[in-house]
Ligand binder design. Structure first.
Ligand SMILES: CC(C)(COP(=O)(O)OP(=O)(O)OC[C@H]1O[C@@H](n2cnc3c(N)ncnc32)[C@H](O)[C@@H]1OP(=O)(O)O)[C@@H](O)C(=O)NCCC(=O)NCCS
Length: 203
């Protein structure tokens, strides 16, 4: 896989891509470590936040005309209360933080630099549209002995550290979703990673 093309869209440019983004999220997050059973209608509803937030952006990766990957970002002030909550509790002003949402790429397209590009584009966007001095994302927490962990699972921690992020395990938020083969939604803990966008020390 080579030669993906990238495009960053915002505002009114986002809605035409929402059905494809929803399909991608459902396909990619079904796998370890998210084990997420999404459905098209609720995915499309959720994704509207990226069209409605004036300073949000979606970085799209194309193989020809097909969207094979995407990555999202928006000011934390435009995110939902559950994502803001740990920052408020830690005394970190919401206005300082640009939140990086999902990075999703179909498996055959991985390992050729799209993940690196997603971070670079989102950081450039955050600097362009905001005065935020912190970038933050969160990742699901799974116990080491989780029965669904594949034997060959490679954690993304080293990839994230190399992008300049530091784990903040004390900053955790809760999200609810139905796991594959489950009958109802359960609560999941996601821990944050932070990066200074100015070089100044993190809180
Ligand atoms: C997160 C995700 C988008 C990253 O995509 P990716 O294709 O693996 O990312 P990259 O190819 O940019 O980076 C992976 C590594 O390959 C390296 N790489 C870059 N260009 C490369 C190339 N041409 N050939 C081989 N490797 C390359 C990168 O440098 C990086 O290594 P590094 O961290 O040592 O620098 C992808 O793994 C994914 O969709 N995962 C499932 C969803 C998920 O868990 N998302 C995160 C939480 S939302």
């Amino acid at each position: 896989m080579s030669g993906l093309a990238f495009r960053t869209v915002a505002g009114a440019e986002v809605p035409p891509f929402i059905p494809a983004l929803a399909r991608l999220r459902i396909a990619v997050f079904r796998d370890w470590p998210y084990l997420y059973e999404g459905n098209q209608a609720s995915e499309e509803r959720y994704l509207r936040i990226y069209a409605e937030s004036a300073r949000a952006a979606v970085v799209l990766a194309f193989d020809g005309s097909e969207v094979v990957g995407a990555s999202t970002c928006l000011p934390l002030s435009d995110e939902t209360g559950n994502v803001q909550a740990p920052f408020r509790a830690a005394g970190i002003a919401i206005e300082r933080v640009f939140y990086f949402g999902e990075s999703i790429l179909l498996r055959p397209c991985r390992g050729t630099g799209a993940g690196v590009r997603f971070f670079a584009e989102r950081e450039a966007h955050a600097r362009r549209v905001s005065e935020c001095d912190i970038a933050a994302f969160c990742a699901v927490q799974r116990p080491p002995d989780h029965p669904a962990r594949p034997g060959d699972a490679v954690p993304l921690d080293a990839f994230w550290r190399k992008r300049g992020f530091t784990p903040y395990p004390a900053l955790e938020c809760e999200m609810h979703w139905k796991e594959v083969d489950a009958t109802e939604e359960t609560a999941h803990r996601l821990a944050f990673w932070l990066k200074s966008l100015t070089g100044a020390p993190l809180p």
